[in-house]
Design a protein around this ligand. Structure first.
Ligand SMILES: [Zn+2]
Ligand SMILES: [Zn+2]
Length: 287
Protein backbone atom coordinates (compact mmCIF):
# COMPACT_ATOMS: atom_id res chain seq x y z
CA UNK A 1 0.00 0.00 0.00
CA UNK A 2 1.32 3.43 -0.91
CA UNK A 3 1.99 6.14 1.68
CA UNK A 4 0.03 9.25 0.80
CA UNK A 5 0.83 12.79 1.96
CA UNK A 6 -1.88 15.43 2.07
CA UNK A 7 -0.51 18.97 1.92
CA UNK A 8 -3.09 21.34 3.25
CA UNK A 9 -3.42 24.99 3.96
CA UNK A 10 -6.52 26.92 4.84
CA UNK A 11 -7.70 29.21 2.12
CA UNK A 12 -10.37 31.91 2.07
CA UNK A 13 -13.46 31.29 0.00
CA UNK A 14 -16.17 28.72 -0.34
CA UNK A 15 -14.69 25.88 -2.29
CA UNK A 16 -12.56 24.27 0.43
CA UNK A 17 -14.75 25.26 3.38
CA UNK A 18 -15.45 21.62 4.24
CA UNK A 19 -11.80 20.67 4.60
CA UNK A 20 -10.03 19.08 6.30
CA UNK A 21 -13.20 17.76 8.02
CA UNK A 22 -14.37 16.16 4.76
CA UNK A 23 -11.32 13.88 4.93
CA UNK A 24 -12.78 12.03 7.90
CA UNK A 25 -12.27 8.31 7.45
CA UNK A 26 -9.12 8.96 5.40
CA UNK A 27 -6.87 10.90 7.77
CA UNK A 28 -6.96 8.17 10.39
CA UNK A 29 -5.45 5.56 8.07
CA UNK A 30 -1.92 4.41 8.90
CA UNK A 31 -0.62 5.15 5.39
CA UNK A 32 -2.06 8.71 5.20
CA UNK A 33 -0.12 11.69 6.53
CA UNK A 34 -1.35 15.25 6.92
CA UNK A 35 1.08 18.10 6.38
CA UNK A 36 -0.50 21.44 7.05
CA UNK A 37 -0.02 25.14 7.46
CA UNK A 38 -1.69 27.23 10.13
CA UNK A 39 -5.42 27.59 10.07
CA UNK A 40 -8.09 28.02 12.71
CA UNK A 41 -8.80 25.04 14.95
CA UNK A 42 -6.37 22.77 13.20
CA UNK A 43 -6.14 19.16 14.29
CA UNK A 44 -2.74 17.64 15.05
CA UNK A 45 -0.67 17.07 11.93
CA UNK A 46 2.50 15.22 11.05
CA UNK A 47 4.29 18.34 9.91
CA UNK A 48 3.75 22.08 9.92
CA UNK A 49 4.09 23.39 6.40
CA UNK A 50 6.46 26.34 6.12
CA UNK A 51 6.34 28.76 3.19
CA UNK A 52 9.19 28.22 0.75
CA UNK A 53 11.99 30.79 0.69
CA UNK A 54 11.31 33.53 -1.83
CA UNK A 55 14.53 32.88 -3.72
CA UNK A 56 13.07 29.52 -4.76
CA UNK A 57 10.40 31.42 -6.71
CA UNK A 58 13.05 33.07 -8.87
CA UNK A 59 13.99 29.73 -10.42
CA UNK A 60 10.74 30.07 -12.38
CA UNK A 61 9.33 33.60 -12.03
CA UNK A 62 10.89 36.98 -12.64
CA UNK A 63 11.51 39.28 -9.65
CA UNK A 64 9.10 41.81 -11.21
CA UNK A 65 6.30 39.26 -11.26
CA UNK A 66 6.98 38.17 -7.69
CA UNK A 67 6.74 41.83 -6.66
CA UNK A 68 3.35 42.13 -8.36
CA UNK A 69 2.07 39.02 -6.58
CA UNK A 70 3.34 40.50 -3.32
CA UNK A 71 0.92 43.39 -3.68
CA UNK A 72 -1.97 41.25 -4.95
CA UNK A 73 -3.38 40.53 -1.51
CA UNK A 74 -2.90 36.77 -1.77
CA UNK A 75 0.87 36.56 -1.49
CA UNK A 76 0.87 34.37 1.59
CA UNK A 77 -1.71 31.97 0.15
CA UNK A 78 0.24 31.77 -3.09
CA UNK A 79 3.42 30.99 -1.17
CA UNK A 80 1.74 28.23 0.82
CA UNK A 81 0.19 26.76 -2.34
CA UNK A 82 3.60 26.53 -4.01
CA UNK A 83 5.19 25.38 -0.74
CA UNK A 84 2.83 22.43 -0.55
CA UNK A 85 3.81 21.24 -4.01
CA UNK A 86 7.54 21.67 -3.35
CA UNK A 87 7.28 19.91 0.02
CA UNK A 88 5.25 17.06 -1.52
CA UNK A 89 7.77 16.51 -4.31
CA UNK A 90 10.85 16.62 -2.08
CA UNK A 91 9.34 14.33 0.56
CA UNK A 92 8.36 11.83 -2.12
CA UNK A 93 11.84 11.91 -3.56
CA UNK A 94 13.38 11.45 -0.11
CA UNK A 95 11.23 8.34 0.35
CA UNK A 96 9.09 9.61 3.22
CA UNK A 97 5.86 9.17 1.23
CA UNK A 98 5.03 7.68 -2.18
CA UNK A 99 2.41 10.03 -3.55
CA UNK A 100 0.69 13.26 -2.54
CA UNK A 101 -2.34 15.47 -2.89
CA UNK A 102 -1.72 19.22 -2.64
CA UNK A 103 -4.51 21.63 -1.73
CA UNK A 104 -3.79 24.90 -3.46
CA UNK A 105 -5.59 28.17 -3.03
CA UNK A 106 -3.73 30.06 -5.71
CA UNK A 107 -2.09 27.77 -8.23
CA UNK A 108 -0.94 26.80 -10.73
CA UNK A 109 -0.92 26.40 -14.49
CA UNK A 110 -1.75 29.95 -15.67
CA UNK A 111 1.28 31.32 -13.82
CA UNK A 112 4.12 31.81 -16.31
CA UNK A 113 7.60 33.30 -16.07
CA UNK A 114 6.49 36.90 -15.92
CA UNK A 115 2.70 36.84 -15.87
CA UNK A 116 -0.12 35.44 -13.81
CA UNK A 117 -3.90 35.31 -13.97
CA UNK A 118 -6.96 33.11 -13.81
CA UNK A 119 -6.54 32.64 -10.07
CA UNK A 120 -2.99 31.29 -10.49
CA UNK A 121 -0.13 33.22 -8.90
CA UNK A 122 2.87 30.93 -8.63
CA UNK A 123 3.42 27.75 -10.64
CA UNK A 124 3.97 25.22 -7.90
CA UNK A 125 4.59 22.24 -10.18
CA UNK A 126 7.21 24.17 -12.16
CA UNK A 127 8.93 25.39 -9.00
CA UNK A 128 8.94 21.86 -7.59
CA UNK A 129 10.46 20.48 -10.80
CA UNK A 130 13.22 23.08 -10.74
CA UNK A 131 13.85 22.43 -7.06
CA UNK A 132 14.03 18.63 -7.54
CA UNK A 133 16.64 19.19 -10.20
CA UNK A 134 18.66 21.65 -8.17
CA UNK A 135 18.52 19.66 -4.93
CA UNK A 136 18.72 16.08 -6.19
CA UNK A 137 19.91 16.37 -9.78
CA UNK A 138 16.79 14.77 -11.20
CA UNK A 139 16.36 14.63 -14.95
CA UNK A 140 13.15 13.71 -16.67
CA UNK A 141 9.85 14.69 -15.07
CA UNK A 142 6.32 14.73 -16.46
CA UNK A 143 3.23 16.88 -15.97
CA UNK A 144 -0.26 15.94 -17.10
CA UNK A 145 -2.80 18.76 -17.04
CA UNK A 146 -6.48 17.81 -17.06
CA UNK A 147 -7.87 21.16 -15.98
CA UNK A 148 -10.44 22.26 -18.60
CA UNK A 149 -8.31 25.22 -19.71
CA UNK A 150 -5.00 25.54 -21.46
CA UNK A 151 -2.06 25.72 -19.09
CA UNK A 152 -0.46 28.71 -20.76
CA UNK A 153 1.92 29.42 -17.88
CA UNK A 154 3.25 25.88 -17.63
CA UNK A 155 3.49 25.71 -21.40
CA UNK A 156 5.64 28.83 -21.54
CA UNK A 157 7.91 27.73 -18.70
CA UNK A 158 8.70 24.35 -20.27
CA UNK A 159 8.54 24.99 -24.01
CA UNK A 160 12.34 25.01 -24.31
CA UNK A 161 12.90 22.26 -21.76
CA UNK A 162 13.35 18.82 -23.30
CA UNK A 163 13.65 17.16 -19.92
CA UNK A 164 10.04 17.93 -18.99
CA UNK A 165 7.10 16.24 -20.66
CA UNK A 166 4.08 18.53 -20.39
CA UNK A 167 0.84 17.09 -21.75
CA UNK A 168 -2.07 19.54 -21.63
CA UNK A 169 -5.64 18.39 -22.31
CA UNK A 170 -7.78 21.31 -23.45
CA UNK A 171 -9.91 22.56 -26.33
CA UNK A 172 -7.13 24.65 -27.87
CA UNK A 173 -4.73 23.60 -30.59
CA UNK A 174 -1.10 24.38 -29.94
CA UNK A 175 1.86 23.26 -31.97
CA UNK A 176 3.90 20.59 -30.22
CA UNK A 177 7.23 21.99 -29.05
CA UNK A 178 10.05 19.90 -27.57
CA UNK A 179 8.12 17.81 -25.06
CA UNK A 180 5.19 20.19 -24.71
CA UNK A 181 2.17 18.43 -26.15
CA UNK A 182 -1.39 19.69 -26.40
CA UNK A 183 -4.16 17.10 -26.69
CA UNK A 184 -7.23 18.63 -28.19
CA UNK A 185 -10.40 17.82 -26.26
CA UNK A 186 -13.77 18.39 -27.99
CA UNK A 187 -16.08 21.05 -26.50
CA UNK A 188 -18.36 18.27 -25.31
CA UNK A 189 -17.04 14.86 -24.30
CA UNK A 190 -18.27 11.82 -22.48
CA UNK A 191 -16.29 10.32 -19.63
CA UNK A 192 -15.40 7.38 -21.85
CA UNK A 193 -14.10 9.61 -24.65
CA UNK A 194 -11.99 11.64 -22.25
CA UNK A 195 -10.51 8.61 -20.52
CA UNK A 196 -9.75 7.09 -23.92
CA UNK A 197 -7.82 10.25 -24.87
CA UNK A 198 -5.75 9.89 -21.72
CA UNK A 199 -5.11 6.21 -22.45
CA UNK A 200 -4.18 6.83 -26.07
CA UNK A 201 -2.35 10.13 -25.89
CA UNK A 202 -0.81 10.31 -22.44
CA UNK A 203 -0.03 6.80 -21.25
CA UNK A 204 2.17 5.72 -24.23
CA UNK A 205 4.03 9.06 -24.19
CA UNK A 206 4.79 8.98 -20.49
CA UNK A 207 5.85 5.35 -20.73
CA UNK A 208 8.32 6.16 -23.51
CA UNK A 209 9.56 9.25 -21.67
CA UNK A 210 10.47 7.33 -18.47
CA UNK A 211 10.04 10.19 -15.98
CA UNK A 212 11.27 10.00 -12.39
CA UNK A 213 7.95 11.35 -11.13
CA UNK A 214 4.61 12.54 -12.50
CA UNK A 215 2.82 15.75 -11.55
CA UNK A 216 -0.91 15.90 -12.21
CA UNK A 217 -2.49 19.34 -12.51
CA UNK A 218 -5.98 18.21 -11.63
CA UNK A 219 -8.87 20.58 -12.11
CA UNK A 220 -12.51 19.58 -11.89
CA UNK A 221 -13.75 22.67 -13.70
CA UNK A 222 -14.64 20.57 -16.77
CA UNK A 223 -17.35 18.76 -14.78
CA UNK A 224 -21.00 19.31 -15.66
CA UNK A 225 -22.32 22.49 -14.00
CA UNK A 226 -18.84 23.96 -13.47
CA UNK A 227 -17.50 27.12 -15.14
CA UNK A 228 -15.43 25.08 -17.63
CA UNK A 229 -18.13 22.42 -18.25
CA UNK A 230 -17.12 20.09 -21.10
CA UNK A 231 -19.64 17.42 -20.19
CA UNK A 232 -17.64 15.26 -17.78
CA UNK A 233 -19.59 13.62 -14.97
CA UNK A 234 -18.25 13.53 -11.42
CA UNK A 235 -17.39 9.85 -11.96
CA UNK A 236 -14.73 10.69 -14.54
CA UNK A 237 -12.28 11.84 -11.87
CA UNK A 238 -11.97 8.51 -10.10
CA UNK A 239 -11.33 6.89 -13.48
CA UNK A 240 -8.64 9.46 -14.21
CA UNK A 241 -7.05 9.04 -10.79
CA UNK A 242 -6.94 5.27 -11.18
CA UNK A 243 -5.26 5.50 -14.57
CA UNK A 244 -2.66 8.04 -13.50
CA UNK A 245 -1.87 6.29 -10.24
CA UNK A 246 -1.50 3.06 -12.22
CA UNK A 247 0.91 4.75 -14.62
CA UNK A 248 2.99 6.19 -11.75
CA UNK A 249 3.05 2.81 -10.01
CA UNK A 250 4.26 1.06 -13.15
CA UNK A 251 6.68 3.69 -14.42
CA UNK A 252 8.19 5.61 -11.50
CA UNK A 253 7.69 3.72 -8.24
CA UNK A 254 4.35 5.40 -7.62
CA UNK A 255 5.75 8.93 -7.46
CA UNK A 256 2.68 11.05 -8.24
CA UNK A 257 1.96 14.60 -7.04
CA UNK A 258 -1.65 15.71 -7.55
CA UNK A 259 -1.96 19.50 -7.57
CA UNK A 260 -5.47 20.87 -7.21
CA UNK A 261 -6.28 23.32 -10.02
CA UNK A 262 -9.61 24.65 -11.31
CA UNK A 263 -13.11 24.05 -10.02
CA UNK A 264 -15.30 26.24 -7.85
CA UNK A 265 -18.21 24.22 -6.48
CA UNK A 266 -18.00 23.35 -2.82
CA UNK A 267 -20.22 20.25 -3.18
CA UNK A 268 -17.99 18.84 -5.92
CA UNK A 269 -14.83 19.56 -3.91
CA UNK A 270 -16.33 17.76 -0.93
CA UNK A 271 -17.19 14.76 -3.06
CA UNK A 272 -14.29 14.52 -5.51
CA UNK A 273 -11.22 15.44 -3.45
CA UNK A 274 -11.73 12.60 -0.92
CA UNK A 275 -12.28 10.23 -3.85
CA UNK A 276 -9.04 11.19 -5.58
CA UNK A 277 -7.10 10.96 -2.30
CA UNK A 278 -8.67 7.55 -1.63
CA UNK A 279 -7.38 6.27 -4.96
CA UNK A 280 -3.89 7.55 -4.11
CA UNK A 281 -3.95 5.82 -0.74
CA UNK A 282 -5.39 2.57 -2.08
CA UNK A 283 -8.70 3.03 -0.25
CA UNK A 284 -12.15 2.39 -1.66
CA UNK A 285 -13.44 5.75 -3.02
CA UNK A 286 -16.95 6.44 -1.67
CA UNK A 287 -19.52 8.12 -3.86
ZN1 LIG B 1 -9.38 25.76 -15.54
ZN1 LIG C 1 -3.71 23.08 -23.51
Amino acid sequence: MKRTGIFFHYHEGQRLRDFPEALEGILDKDNVFLYDAFYPSKPPSDFDLEPIPEEMLYQVHTPEMVERVRTSGVFEGALFSASGTVAAATRIWQGEIDNAFVFTGCGDHHAGRRSFGGGCYFNGAAIAIHQLRRQFGLGRLAIIDTDAHHGDGTWEIFEDDEETLYVCFCSGSYQEKNNNVNIRVPWRVTDEEYLRLVEQDFLPRVKAFEPKAIFWNWGYDGTQGEYGDIGLTPHSHVGLAQRLKGAADRLCQGRLVVVLCGGSRRDLARRLIPQVISVLAGLEPHD
